[in-house]
Design a protein around this ligand. Sequence first.
Ligand code: XIL
Length: 325
Amino acid sequence: PRAGEAKAESRGVPFGAMIQSDYFRSDAAYRQAFLDHCDMIVPGAELKFDQIRPERDIWRLEPAETLVDFAMDNGRTSRGHTHVWWNSVPPWLEAITDRREGERVLIEHVERVTNHFRGKLLGWDVVNEVIAHDPIQEGPLRRSKWLQLLGPRHIPLAFEATARTDPAARLVVNDYDLEFVGPRFDARREIMLTIVRQMLDANIPVGGVGIQGHLYGDRQIDIDALTRFHKDLDALGVELLVTELDVINRESAPDPASMDALAGKLVGDLMDGIFAWKRPAAVVTWGITDRYTWIPDEMPRYDGEPHRPLPLDRDYRPKAWFEIL
Ligand code: XIL
């Protein structure tokens, strides 16, 4: 069996990874890594609003389609990431101030993109990072362009538009910082549950919650809180997925082996918390090889050494902790 299939069979959890168009084109070993290890792929940028619609009348769907077709042609699946994200608002959309126009743009976008990929994607991260970074300071929701323009109802509006266009897709609320010890993280978990409950009460089909799973070397996973969170979602009939797993370790470490040991501990704690209730619906890492990762651009290591965030090292050798997934 393919490695990815073996994983799904051994633990019953489909494994996927985020893929990037540019390296997909340039690096055959990168393409092969997906075939060797993944049940599922997730285009990392190609389905975001600003990538699809850099201008109001330009619709760029081909880059994502290439990746989705690659998955399908090889008997794999894909997930859609993401219709609504505060950080993928193009300037022309930023300039819109009329509420009705904003609503039309949102619905038109979600319907057209969802329809284009209908039947080809397992589901969508319909909204991404709508919870405030620090809800204790800022209130529950992030002050995004979409919130300013349409208020909290942009969330159910996006879900309804996705659901009516592709009723078979699993519709996910995706967010970060849902797995750690501390009041800010408790608050974020509570808000996620509230968002889900409110939508279900309004008969909006929320199928899943995505824990991004960007883990940090200097944070502790709240194993018990994660188990409770999973249990609470399950009671609502909502699945839990890990959607963007990687390990961000900025602190100095004596050698790669100790970095990998720390990563293994964090990933193990995350999985322990989730599995203590039941299997998650999927686990997806944000990339497959340390060669290509978003982390150094945003959060370089303090000692300047390369990050080791992903299941395969720079030479495509699996880390020991990949066995946990
Ligand atoms: C990142 C991509 O990896 C980058 O290539 C892109 O330029 C910016 O976005 N959380 C998310 C992802 O939900 O969409 C982000 O992806 C990483 C953080």
